[in-house]
Design a protein. Structure first.
Length: 645
C-alpha cells in the first residue's frame, strides 16, 4: 500500500498568511488577496471577479511562499491559481529566468503562456516564453538571450536547452508542474526528475494534477517541501457543467451518426476525437466531403499548422475540428460547446481529459460518446470511474436532419431581413413583383424562386420519407454509483473485461438504431451480366404501403446505401426520394420501398449486380423495414441471417 503523499484535506479559507480575513458569509473575491493592483486590473478587464475553488484555495498559500500540491479536475482554472502568485512576486528589475512551468504538450504550454501574458499585461514587458518541440530551436535560442523571466515548456525541449546551456535554472525561484499525471502517462517522468535536479533546492514548487497516482505522489514527496495539499472535495471526476450523453450505433454507421449530430445540434464550435492520426485525417476528409468545413489536428502536422487551426477556431473562422488526443490537453477555446468521442477511449482518464475541452471555467458544454452494442459493459466501468451517469439519447432521424436544415435556412433569412442591407435591393423586388404581360405576379412564386437561388447547389429540401425509429426501452432502476476509485494506475481495458458483449446487470441492453445514409450519393451501377438463376417467381406482396426487400450484398462486398438507391432508381425507375430506410449487414442488406414498386423492381433488376455480386432480391414478410433480430442464426461473418420465408 503506497503511503499517501500528504494529508489530503482542503485548506480552510483565510489559512494563508497573505490572505486578508474573509467574510464567512460570502465567497472570496480576488481583491481579498494581497495582489498587485496591476494584476487586479487585468483580472477585471478579463471579466474574472470570483475565484474558482482551486484558485480560492491555492492563491493564498502561493502568495505566502508555500509549496502547493493541488488535485483538481481539468478545466477548473488551475493556471491562474499558480500564475498569480508567481507574477505577484516577480522581480521586474532582474532580467533572468525566475519561473519555470512544465506542461506535457505543446498546446498546453502555449495556452499557459498566453494566459500568463494576459494576466501580466499591465506589469510591463514581463517576458513570457513558450518553448516546445516542433518549433525551430534557433528562434528559441535567440529569444532566451533576451529578458525572459517566465519559461513555459515541455519537458523534452526544456531538457534540450539545459544540455545546450541556453537555459539556466540556477536563479529560478518558482517551478510549477502542470498536469503532472499527463506527463507521467506520456513518459516524461525521468525528464521531469532531471529538470528538477538542476533547480535550486530553496525554490517554491507547485504541482497540479487531476489524479494522484503513486508515481506522482513519489515526485511530490521528493521535491515539495511541507506542501499545502489541496484536494477539492467532489463526487465526480468530471465537471458538472458538461452534460454527458451516449449514442449506440453499429461501427459502420459512425460517420453517418456524427454527421447527423453535427447537423441537428446547435451548440457552437465542435471537437470530434478520433483514436489514430490516420483515422483523424480520414474522418475530417469524409466530413469535408459532406459539406462540413472541418480541419484535422494530429501529431503528424507541423506545429505552425496546428497553431493555425487553434487560432482560426478561437477567431470563429472554424467551427469543426477533428483531433487526436494531442488536442485533449491545453485546448481552451470558449466557443467549444460540443465534444464527440467517435470511439470509446481505451482509458477512462483519456475520456475525462477529452470532455474537459468543453464546459470550462463554469461555461456549459455537451459531450456525446458513440458506443457499439458490445461496449455497454465498458460504459458502466466508465461511469464508475467518473462518478457520473451518461444519459442515453436516440440518434437524430433523417426527418430531424431535414427540419434542422430548413430551420437554419429560415433563421438566416430572418437575420438578413432584420440586419442585412436589404434597402438596396428594394428596386429589384419591385421589378420582380411587377405584373408580367398584364398578369399579376404571385409573391409566393417569387419568394420560392429567390429561396431556390439562395439554397444553391445543396440537395433540394424535399421532406424525407419516414424512417423507423426504435425508441430506447424505459430506464430500469440502477444501483447508485459506488464512491470514486482510489487514485492509482488504471488497469488497461483488456484487464477490465471491457471487450465482452452484452449489457451488465441493471442496464437494459439497447439495440443500435438502423441508420439510413441521408447524405449518400446515387451513383449508377456497374455492368450487368446474365444471372445464374431464373427470374423470381410471382410472389404475394405484403399488405400495406411499404415493403421490405432483402438484397444479397452487404458491407463485406463494399456496398454503400447510395449504391442501392442508385441501382433501384436507375434500373427500376423508382424515385430516389420514395426509397426508405436501408440496413447494411455483413452479407446482405434490407431496403424499404413502396409496395406498388415491388413487382417492377423484381422484374427489371433480376439480372442486376452491385459491387460485382448478383442481388438475388427477395421480398420479406411484413410491411415497413424493421431491423433484423439480433438473436438470429449467425452468418459466417458474424451478421444475423435474414429470416427465411
Amino acid at each position: 500500500m503506497t503511503e499517501p503523499a500528504a494529508d489530503l484535506r482542503p485548506i480552510a479559507r483565510g489559512e494563508a498568511a497573505s490572505t486578508r480575513p474573509l467574510d464567512a458569509q460570502r465567497d472570496p473575491a480576488f481583491h481579498d488577496f494581497t495582489l498587485r493592483p496591476e494584476l487586479l486590473g487585468a483580472l477585471a478587464e478579463l471579466g474574472f471577479e470570483i475565484p474558482t475553488p482551486i484558485q480560492a484555495a491555492a492563491i493564498g498559500p502561493g502568495l505566502a511562499g508555500r509549496d502547493v500540491l493541488g488535485r483538481a479536475q481539468t478545466g477548473t482554472g488551475k493556471t491562474a491559481a499558480f500564475a498569480l502568485p508567481i507574477l505577484n512576486a516577480l522581480d521586474l528589475a532582474a532580467g533572468h529566468v525566475q519561473a519555470l512551468v512544465l506542461a506535457p504538450t505543446r498546446e498546453l504550454a502555449l495556452q499557459v503562456a498566453e494566459a500568463i501574458h494576459d494576466l501580466a499585461k499591465h506589469l510591463g514587458p514581463v517576458g513570457v516564453l513558450p518553448i516546445y518541440g516542433g518549433e525551430p530551436i534557433g528562434r528559441q535560442l535567440m529569444r532566451l538571450e533576451g529578458r525572459v523571466r517566465v519559461v513555459v515548456g515541455t519537458p523534452g525541449r526544456v531538457l534540450d536547452h539545459l544540455r545546450r546551456g541556453s537555459l539556466r535554472l540556477d536563479r529560478v525561484r518558482f517551478v510549477v508542474l502542470d498536469e503532472a499525471d499527463e506527463m507521467l502517462r506520456m513518459g516524461f517522468l525521468e525528464d521531469v526528475e532531471a529538470i528538477l535536479a538542476t533547480a535550486p533546492a530553496e525554490r517554491q514548487t507547485s504541482l497540479f494534477s487531476a489524479t494522484l497516482p503513486d508515481e506522482i505522489a513519489h515526485v511530490a514527496r521528493r521535491h515539495l517541501r511541507d506542501p499545502v495539499t489541496i484536494a477539492l472535495q467532489s463526487s465526480t471526476r468530471t465537471v458538472s457543467t458538461v452534460e454527458q450523453r451516449y449514442v449506440v450505433v453499429e461501427p459502420h454507421a459512425r460517420l453517418e451518426a456524427i454527421a447527423r449530430l453535427l447537423e441537428t445540434l446547435d451548440v457552437g464550435a465542435s471537437l470530434v476525437f478520433a483514436r489514430t492520426r490516420a483515422g483523424c485525417a480520414e474522418l475530417a476528409e469524409l466530413l469535408e466531403s459532406r459539406g462540413f468545413a472541418s480541419e484535422a489536428m494530429h501529431g503528424d502536422m507541423a506545429q505552425s499548422a496546428r497553431q493555425s487551426v487553434i487560432r482560426r477556431l478561437k477567431n470563429g473562422q472554424l467551427r469543426l475540428v477533428v483531433a487526436t488526443d494531442v488536442a485533449a490537453r491545453g485546448l481552451d477555446v470558449e466557443s467549444i460547446g460540443l465534444v464527440i468521442n467517435a470511439e470509446l477511449p481505451d482509458e477512462p482518464e483519456v475520456y475525462v481529459h477529452r470532455i474537459g475541452r468543453t464546459g470550462r471555467a463554469g461555461r456549459s458544454g455537451l459531450s456525446i460518446l458513440l458506443l457499439t452494442p458490445r461496449q455497454e459493459r465498458r460504459l458502466r466501468d466508465l461511469e464508475r470511474f467518473t462518478g457520473q451517469r451518461l444519459t442515453h439519447m436516440p440518434l437524430p432521424s433523417a426527418r430531424d436532419v431535414w427540419s434542422a436544415r430548413i430551420g437554419r435556412f429560415i433563421s438566416a433569412v430572418d437575420r438578413t431581413r432584420e440586419e442585412g442591407p436589404t434597402a438596396a435591393f428594394a428596386p429589384i423586388v419591385e421589378r420582380l413583383l411587377a405584373p408580367k404581360d398584364g398578369v399579376d405576379t404571385d409573391p409566393k412564386a417569387v419568394l420560392a424562386a429567390l429561396a431556390c437561388l439562395a439554397w444553391g447547389d445543396r440537395p433540394q429540401p424535399s421532406e424525407p420519407p419516414s424512417e423507423p425509429r426504435r425508441e430506447p426501452p424505459p430506464e430500469r432502476p440502477r444501483p447508485p454509483l459506488p464512491p470514486l476509485r482510489p487514485e492509482g494506475p488504471h488497469p488497461p481495458a483488456s484487464e477490465r473485461g471491457g471487450g465482452g458483449g452484452g449489457a451488465p446487470k441493471g442496464r437494459p441492453k439497447r439495440e443500435s438504431q438502423p441508420v439510413t445514409d441521408v447524405h449518400a450519393p446515387m451513383p449508377k451501377t456497374g455492368p450487368h451480366k446474365d444471372a445464374p438463376r431464373p427470374p423470381p417467381a410471382d410472389v404475394p406482396l405484403p399488405e400495406g404501403e411499404r415493403a421490405t426487400l432483402s438484397l444479397g450484398v452487404g458491407r463485406r462486398n463494399g456496398v454503400r446505401p447510395g449504391d442501392i438507391v442508385g441501382a433501384i432508381a436507375n434500373e427500376a425507375g423508382v424515385p430516389g426520394q420514395s426509397i426508405g430506410a436501408i440496413v447494411l449487414n455483413d452479407n446482405y442488406s434490407l431496403v424499404d420501398v413502396p409496395t406498388a414498386s415491388v413487382r417492377a423492381i423484381l422484374e427489371r433488376m433480376k439480372r442486376s449486380m452491385i459491387c460485382g455480386r448478383f442481388l438475388n432480391i427477395r421480398v420479406l414478410e411484413g410491411g415497413g423495414l424493421e431491423p433484423p433480430p439480433r438473436s438470429g442464426r449467425k452468418a459466417p461473418g458474424g451478421g444475423s441471417r435474414p429470416p427465411r420465408r
